[in-house]
Design a protein around this ligand. Structure first.
Ligand code: ZN
Length: 348
């Protein structure tokens, strides 16, 4: 925990943006605005605790915090919201309220004149089978581009800003049965490393091995290749890119027990395309975190709303001529990222 606080506090512009940035942007309207939020994990349940009983979880308060975030974005008139997964908690399934609770959270976005883009976390898959999710409001929406039957997608938010959304549970045992095409791959991945009776236990795992847990997952080889193609295509069009996924992919931006199984493969592709990459945004690790990788890409792990103890953690990003500025609420810091392709430099 302390580790993460120190990560946050040494972070860029913790107490506010430097004056030169403020001065530059003060008299300009952003080209595009979007909200970011992770791990709402709403349930109509009494408060509880995480697995290790170190952090309290406020299931009902989550809905209030989401409502406040949406109110903020309504005032800001954001163009879209990126919902980073685990929008409802697995408890909803146990209480047979999955549909009701999902509808209740999605209703919060109703009055917002903005597109809401979702990625799936482990809790979506605790509540719904994968094929049910594919037909739900959490699936890629029309206007997004994606291969058939895939939950990953890309969409051009602004002529010079592309969003690429990963399915971090494509290779997973969650929400599927043994007829699923990646079931064996997921099984073998866990079986090779995790020798515990229950694969959610990290007992005996050390270092980066700790990510081989059932509540994490991986991207298929096909998805990693698709990501590579998306980033190459973005570069050919002078588009800046934001990549999102529920699971973090940089070990210094999250606890090892929360990383994508094949984080190294995704990280390598992101590094190859540093010419167009701005940032990778994720959730899942409720403490949050931040770091830049060796290629200079920013990795922002948004703290979980469900366990928030220091305000309401969400972000609001503004796309300016030369920077993407993420204004942090709660314990999310302000983050200023230089664009790889300044706005107005599109190929003629
Ligand atoms: Zn999660």
């Amino acid at each position: 925990m302390g580790h993460y606080f120190s990560l946050w506090s040494r972070f860029v512009y913790r107490e506010g943006l430097p004056m030169f940035v403020m001065a530059e942007i003060a008299d300009r309207l952003p080209h595009y605005k979007f909200g970011l939020i992770a791990d709402v994990q709403y349930a109509d349940s009494e408060n509880g605790f995480n697995f290790t009983r170190t952090n309290e979880r406020f299931y009902r308060r989550s809905l209030t915090l989401l409502k406040e975030a949406v109110q903020h974005w309504r005032t800001e008139r954001v163009d879209s919201v990126l919902q980073l997964g685990d929008i409802i908690d697995g408890k909803c399934r146990v209480e047979e309220k999955s549909e009701v609770c999902l509808q209740r959270v999605l209703n919060q976005f109703q009055d917002l004149q903005a597109d809401v883009y979702h990625v799936w976390g482990n809790h979506e898959l605790y509540n719904f089978e994968r094929n049910v999710l594919m037909a739900s409001d959490l699936a890629p929406k029309s206007g997004c581009s994606f291969p058939p039957d895939c939950a990953y997608y890309s969409v051009v938010l602004h002529p010079q800003l592309r969003l690429v959304a990963l399915d971090c549970y494509e290779v997973s045992l969650l929400g599927v049965d043994n007829s699923y095409k990646y079931y064996d791959e997921a099984w073998n991945t866990l079986d090779a490393v995790n020798k515990n009776d229950t694969w959610n236990s990290p007992e005996g795992l050390t270092g980066l091995e700790r990510r081989f847990l059932k509540y994490n997952g991986g991207c298929s080889t096909r998805q990693v290749q698709w990501l590579d193609q998306e980033l190459a295509d973005a570069r050919s069009k002078n588009q800046n890119v934001i990549v999102i996924g529920h699971l973090p992919v940089l070990e210094s931006s999250a606890h090892a027990a929360n990383l994508l199984w094949n984080f190294d493969e995704v990280l390598r592709v992101l590094s190859l395309h540093k010419d167009s990459m701005l940032c990778y945004c994720s959730g899942h690790d409720h403490d949050g975190g931040y770091d830049q990788d060796e290629a200079g890409n920013h990795h922002i792990t948004f703290p979980g709303v469900i366990e928030a103890t220091d305000g309401n953690p969400f972000g609001t990003a503004h796309l300016h001529d030369n920077q993407l500025i993420i204004y942090g609420n709660g314990n999310v810091p302000n983050i200023c990222i230089d664009l790889k392709y300044p706005i107005g430099n599109a190929p003629s």
